[in-house]
Write a protein that binds this ligand. Structure first.
Ligand code: FRU
Length: 497
């Protein structure tokens, strides 16, 4: 019997035990570092540590010993990391510096730093932590994202974006140690029906132009489009002190319409001007109950980010990192398949590790069309499109196990218009998830599913009228490599391994 039927093949999971947010994401000397909220002693949330792994290609990962452990100031909540190229903090040239939140035993939150001089392998906490103490009246005061702001004239300073209740506060510093309050943003802008968490702030190019805009992303703890926690974003200007929204305060922009995309963070210092982020593939209302076994919590696949000009204005476009193509095997391609109502097209390639690219011709006479995934024994996860209402949906009401939460078995929707009559779908299927990127990644859905191991079917369907699938491409995907902690590492290895 497989004790880990839901263990993903190409998504990052901890060796054992509980994982939530990605933390401290920084690229340095050929390695992408991924730290993460980690409770090493159980498969439910508990006293937080920073787990750690590195990758040279965003696909294959090397697990490393725990980087930060709780201490007398508190447990270690989410945060970020930077390379201190010019030794502004005085810890050493090119020190890797982590900026994180302490959550104390009396639930007070403060910001602290730690540094590493050996590529993140060992960490020293700064002796005079915290660097930003708990303010008197703010209970939720956490998740520092730090970046270097350059004024374009040879000067610059560090900026911290910090979630404080339902707003983002900005701080500035010359050295990551002394911080000064600067501007703030929020207070009723965007979606506010939940606590704001895990901010990120970066400048993104607008595709096809020489221009760029600042993007502020914010996790919201409740009432996201698919219920529970989700990611929203704002597009605007940042002047080194504060963020100014280009859109009306009532505009709400969501980064994903599935249920499982939270606490996304981008890599600092990514090479070749890349903008790549990664999210926790989960949702707080049921995160502690999902039916995985020896571990609990998965990261979504890394995504490349850019801004796209649309009829409605600028929007975030997200695509899976191209490095994932190394996992492709057994490609099959079809052109101009006509799928008739009531007769599913079965491509004959099955699996629980698949990549699917489909170009569907959309006629408004069709009532529904799409792709059923992980089909078997009364189970299926449906990626569908309803042309009359212009709604793209993922239906996981029959996707497999769902009794662990009454918030799981639902249909999630987003408005999508075909581009020149074509709906483009790019889908990744893993052992307990699907991720869907539609039309250049303007709309994405990230969803966990817990089907039976034998549910591996794929079917294309049409209702109402025949649908032409102009192009279909399916790959089986190999498993990525997740190498265990090295035997000679400072710690003994993963707990319960
Ligand atoms: C987001 C979050 C953060 C916090 C961390 C604790 O998922 O609630 O705000 O730092 O998780 O694990």
């Amino acid at each position: 019997m497989n004790l880990e039927p839901f263990r993903p093949a190409f998504h990052f999971t901890p060796p054992t035990a509980w994982l939530n947010d990605p933390n401290g994401m920084v690229y340095y000397d050929g390695e992408y570092h991924l730290f993460y909220q980690y409770h090493p002693n159980d498969t439910v949330w508990g006293p937080m540590h920073w787990g750690h792994a590195v990758s040279t290609d965003l696909v294959n990962w090397q697990h490393l010993p725990i980087a930060l452990e709780p201490d007398e100031l508190g447990i270690i909540f989410s945060g970020s990391a930077v390379i201190d190229w010019h030794n502004t903090a005085g810890f050493g040239s090119e020190a890797m510096i982590a900026i994180y939140t302490y959550h104390s035993s009396d639930a007070r939150q403060s910001q602290a730093i730690a540094y590493s001089l050996d590529k993140g392998r060992t960490w020293i906490k700064y002796a005079d932590n915290p660097v930003i103490p708990t303010p008197p009246n703010i209970r939720d005061f956490r998740d520092p994202k730090v970046l270097w702001y350059s004024d374009g004239h040879g000067k610059g300073h560090w900026v911290m974006a910090l979630a404080a209740n339902s707003a983002i506060m900005f701080y500035t510093s010359p050295n990551l140690i002394a911080w000064q309050a600067a501007g703030s943003f929020g207070f009723g802008q965007g979606a506010t029906d939940g606590v704001w968490e895990t901010p990120d702030l970066f400048k993104l190019p607008i595709a096809g132009t020489a221009e760029s805009r600042w993007v502020l992303t914010v996790g919201i703890g409740d009432n996201a489009p698919a219920g529970g926690s989700g990611m929203q974003y704002f597009i605007g200007q940042f002047d080194g002190q504060t963020f100014i929204n280009d859109n009306p305060r009532t505009t709400v922009l969501w980064a994903d319409f599935g249920a499982d995309f939270y606490a996304a963070q981008s890599w600092s210092n990514a090479p070749d001007n890349r903008h790549i982020w990664l999210a926790w593939l989960n949702n707080w209302p049921y995160a502690n109950q999902i039916p995985s076994s020896t571990w609990r919590g998965t990261m979504a696949i890394p995504r490349e980010l850019r801004l796209l000009q649309t009829k409605e204005g600028l929007r975030l476009g997200q695509t899976a990192v191209p490095e994932l193509a190394q996992l492709r095997q057994n490609a099959q391609r079809w052109q101009n398949i006509v799928v008739t109502p009531g007769v599913a097209f079965v491509p004959g390639i099955t699996g629980d590790q698949l990549e699917i690219i489909a170009e569907l011709e959309i006629s408004t006479e069709a009532s529904n069309l799409g792709i059923r995934l992980r089909v078997g024994d009364g189970e299926a996860t449906v990626v569908g499109y309803a042309p009359r209402s212009g709604t793209l949906f993922v239906d996981r009401t029959k996707s497999g196990q769902s009794s662990f939460s009454d918030q799981f078995a639902r249909i999630h929707t987003a408005a999508v218009e075909p581009a020149d009559g074509i709906l483009m779908l790019h889908i990744f299927v893993d052992r307990s998830s699907i991720e869907l990127f539609a039309n250049e990644g303007l709309i994405t859905f990230s969803e966990q599913i817990f089907p039976g191991e034998a549910s591996v079917g794929v079917e294309l369907f049409a209702e109402g009228t025949a649908v032409t699938v102009r192009h279909l491409e399916i790959y089986q995907l190999r498993a990525a490599q997740f190498r265990p902690w090295p035997a000679n590492a400072a710690s003994e290895g993963p707990p319960h391994a």
